[in-house]
Design a protein around this ligand. Sequence first.
Ligand SMILES: [Zn+2]
Length: 324
Amino acid sequence: MDLQDEGRSILLDLGDVRHVAARKLLRVERAVVTHTHMDHFVGFDHLLRLVLGRERELVVTGPPGFLERVAGKIAAYTWNLIQDYPIRLRAEEVDGEWIRSVLYSGESGMRPVPQPQRRTEGTLHAERLYTVHVTLLDHGVPVLGVALHETEHLSVNRDRMEKMGLTPGPWLRDLKEAVRRCEPGDVPVEATETEGGVRRFRREELAEALILRRAGQRLAYVTDVRFTPENVARILPLAAGVDLFVCEAAFLNTEAALAAERSHLTAGQAGWLAREAGAKRLAPFHLSPRYKGREQEIVDEAAEAFGGPVLILPDEASRGDGGP
Ligand SMILES: [Zn+2]
């Protein structure tokens, strides 16, 4: 999930990310790992290696037991040459209302330095642009269900911009950023004209003309859960009214028994959850490999149960590798 114009992004799960361009992965500031079955955690090493030379901290969050899993990953490597690297990795574990965290850094030779515990009450992270919320779900093992809330959605009135004879450029990104940060309006801004010249405005005047403000968008991400009353009771509030509900649809209803045995959802169950939660759109994903070439059947079943628009995620985000 890219944060518009920010050069920052959030990763939901850490599966096989080798096919994602390094420049994209280098934007990741935060990864939420739902659980540590291999298909959700095998990408940790790849991401870690990329950020060894990065100044910005990487925060990786997981369910109860996660710190031990991360420690195991880190302990698998030799770190005698790491001292001069800027790497800062903060690993967090959500356990009920509490978050425990440790910091690994080049400076500490990648040894875990315990950080103060903090209370969550469901909110993992809150800042000016977005908030992250989690709930604990059951998949035979604890799994994190995740929601991302954008604080406010800013967009550009393109028609207006054209009529004013202006053309997009870095000035526009700077303007949006200034609005988002509530920076002073009484500052000159140089906007690029379609003809190639430059025109000066006061920032607040230009923002007033061009920037549209709307309520932020919301997304919920749920995968690898059993269809149980307890899970349903936690998923519905997490996904209530979201703009996009990204939900696993591992099996078809005809294989509901197998889905239950493996602690997964069917496409019909995903559609039902989306409808009950009042989600605006549903993106079913994490299909069992047995449906290769029959993905449309999953989509159709989810769509029928949901009764709303269903969309297919780009391939890089939707691969369900299956397996433990
Ligand atoms: Zn799993």
